[in-house]
Write a protein that binds this ligand. Structure first.
Ligand code: SF4
Ligand code: MG
Length: 328
């Protein structure tokens, strides 16, 4: 199948007074129609920056896309004008964040905020939009839609607001939904309901989802395909069943050592000893080497390439040199 989203060799850098941070460093990934791809990793690994890069939300002058192609439905998003990109964003590509409050205007009613994209992208008139808003509110499992439409964001709970964000996101029938830690701030029960809902929308509409999370329970429940990031790089990727059964990269193995318990929220992802390296001090090496119990000489001086190992799984680790050679 063709890709809906094909990120190729994306690098996103931030220029700081101390130097350049390679927040995303030469990553490539596919999302196919109807597929749920999860990017997993600890905070600062580059997963959110990847999402913001796709959305065209990297802010100059500090942030910049240094290299790459973001092919969405046959066009390179990086070569589009600001206006063209804006017309895709919120329409063909929608995004939801961890904190719904940050995307909602506190002084405008929910109903009005939900109408706006329908009027702009779907060319509805006010009356049609209002009617659609009530349907959408019902669709995300909220009763008394009229009352909710008249409410202001602060009058609703976090779970309700996230449902509203999803309603806004799906209102224009996006081909791709990017969700950055959409349930992290919610309690376990609400989290499960929201994830169920996202899966259901995916199966009804063939919408693809790029889901960003640090939570392996969420990955286990949602993902078709998993991409593991560390220090701005993809260190391992594969089909979810394969990757959970056979994690090869020592980082992924560490992540999975604290087995995810489905429906139980995890505060801490895992406890691999050591710290993520300072992004300003990265040198040619495996960036995980200081935390890796299998570290060899080569790991300190050469970066392992991401290579096919088996069953479509890819791993960037010198331990698998022999396997990789067989599969090139
Ligand atoms: Fe560990 Fe070396 Fe593999 Fe990096 S390349 S994960 S240091 S064994
Ligand atoms: Mg983040």
């Amino acid at each position: 199948t063709h890709s809906l989203l094909h990120i190729q060799h994306l690098s996103t850098y931030f220029d700081t007074d101390e130097g350049t941070v390679k927040a995303v460093d030469d990553i490539s990934l596919h999302v196919r129609p109807g597929e749920i791809v999860c990017i997993v990793g600890e905070s600062g690994c580059g997963k959110s920056i990847t999402a913001l890069s796709v959305m065209g939300l990297i802010e100059a002058p500090t942030g910049r896309i240094a290299d790459g192609i973001i092919d969405f439905d046959g066009q390179n998003l990086l070569s589009l004008s600001k206006n063209h990109l804006r017309s895709i964003r919120g329409n063909d590509i929608a995004m939801i964040f961890q904190e719904p409050m940050s995307s909602l205007n506190p002084v405008i009613t929910i109903g009005e905020q939900m109408s706006e994209p329908l009027i702009i992208h779907k060319k509805m008139n006010k009356k049609q939009a209002q009617k659609r808003v009530l349907e959408l509110i019902t669709q995300v499992g909220i009763s008394r839609p009229e009352q909710i439409a008249k409410s202001y964001p602060h009058e609703l709970s976090g779970g309700m607001l996230q449902r509203i964000m999803i309603a806004i996101a799906i209102s224009c029938d996006p081909k791709l939904l990017i969700a950055d830690e959409p349930t992290t701030a919610l309690d376990v029960t609400i989290q499960a309901q929201i994830l169920d809902m996202l899966r259901e929308f995916r199966s009804q509409s063939d919408m693809s989802i790029l889901l960003i999370t640090h939570d392996l329970g969420v990955v286990a429940e949602m993902a078709d395909y998993v991409v593991v990031m560390y220090s701005g790089k993809i260190v391992e990727e594969g089909e979810v069943v394969e990757l959970f059964a056979n994690p090869r990269h020592p980082y992924t193995q560490g992540l999975l050592r604290s087995k995810p318990i489905i429906n139980q929220r995890q505060k801490e992802l895992y406890s691999i000893p050591g710290y993520v390296p300072n992004p300003l001090e990265l040198q040619e090496s495996c960036y995980f080497h200081e935390r890796c119990e299998h570290c060899m000489d080569i790991c300190r001086t050469q970066e392992p390439p991401l290579r096919d190992v088996e069953n479509g799984q890819k791993t960037a680790c010198w331990l698998y040199e022999k396997e990789a050679a067989v599969h090139v």
